[in-house]
Design a binder for this molecule. Structure first.
Ligand SMILES: [Zn+2]
Length: 307
């Protein structure tokens, strides 16, 4: 559901509707050129964990990448089928991490090594996931924007941390020339399930008053980790309000977020038909050809006469 469909609902209905659902809000200060996106993706990342049977380390890596992809949908048209894909190749034990989100809040992803072990480090007395040891910190972040016309736009930037949030902020500054602050958090519970997953993006544009810019920068750096705020029961609109306090925040966008894979028999078949006739012949002689979707694990089978 997107804002248009939701406009008829009262505020209270909305709070109830989204009680246990994932969603993203877009808010702006009334009189300043800035934008704040906040996403909650707890269930969505938990779905990814179940589909791919992810270890806690892989859950955090893929979860952060999925929230990152959702945040990057700020670059495409709201409520459309336009897509943003991110691919992180950091040289770490997880291999490649891929996540893709569309303008309707649908997101999917996968990692090369779903069983990668967890690495932690102590930061100011608190044990935290050391994602750079899992993802690696020397490599690239690739962003592919598909806006529905011709060839997709691809940009590649070097990884600056391997923690994903900082890497995405760097991408925004480097490739899009938009000063941005990004925070992303995924907290895994003792049983391995996802307790909280979410993130925020603060962007400022030309013409912003220095006072407000300074205020937003300070808020971005002083905000507690997203998962800590979520642990207090705060929701995306509450987090947006914390960031835009005193700046008359206005909600301009709202969409539900969910794990969704649009793969189909046709797409799977098309991928097989890229092979040569001899190769297809060879595969199908040994039984039906199988295509496994890397994003959702669905298996498509085709025998010789299908192809
Ligand atoms: Zn699929």
């Amino acid at each position: 559901m997107i804002l248009k469909e939701l406009e008829d609902k009262t505020k209270q209905d909305l709070r109830e509707y989204f009680q246990d659902r994932d969603y993203m809000v877009v808010t702006v200060p009334k009189d300043e050129p800035a934008r704040v996106y906040v996403v909650k993706a707890t269930r969505t990342v938990e779905t990814a964990r179940r589909i791919h049977d992810l270890s806690p380390g892989a859950t955090v890596a893929l979860g952060r990448a999925m929230v990152g992809a959702l945040i990057l949908t700020s670059l495409i048209k709201h409520a459309t089928d336009q897509k943003v894909l991110i691919k992180i190749d950091g040289g770490g034990p997880i291999g490649t991490v891929v996540a893709e989100a569309d303008g309707k809040g649908r997101v999917r992803g996968f990692v090369d090594n779903p069983k990668v072990p967890l690495h932690t480090k102590e930061v100011e007395g608190v044990r935290k996931v050391d994602l750079s040891k899992i993802v690696g910190s020397e490599g690239t972040l690739t962003v592919v924007k598909e806006i529905g016309m011709g060839t997709p736009y691809t940009s590649v930037v070097p990884l600056v941390s391997g923690e994903i949030a900082k890497d995405i902020a760097f991408y925004f500054a480097q490739s899009e020339q938009i000063p941005s602050a990004v925070g992303i958090g995924v907290l895994v519970d003792k049983d391995g399930s996802v307790r909280h997953a979410g993130g925020f993006l603060i962007q400022t544009f030309g013409g912003i008053s220095p006072k407000v810019l300074d205020l937003l920068e300070r808020r971005a750096s002083q905000l507690p980790p997203v998962t800590a705020i979520m642990e207090e029961g705060k929701r995306p609109e509450d987090i947006a309000a914390m960031i835009l306090e005193d700046l008359k925040p206005q909600l301009i966008g709202l969409k539900e977020v969910e794990y969704y894979c649009p793969c189909s028999e046709d797409v799977a078949k098309a991928s097989l038909l890229l092979l040569s006739e001899e190769e297809i012949e060879e595969i199908t002689n040994e039984g039906p050809a199988e295509v496994v979707c890397r994003f959702c694990g669905r298996v498509y089978r085709f025998d010789k006469k299908d192809l």
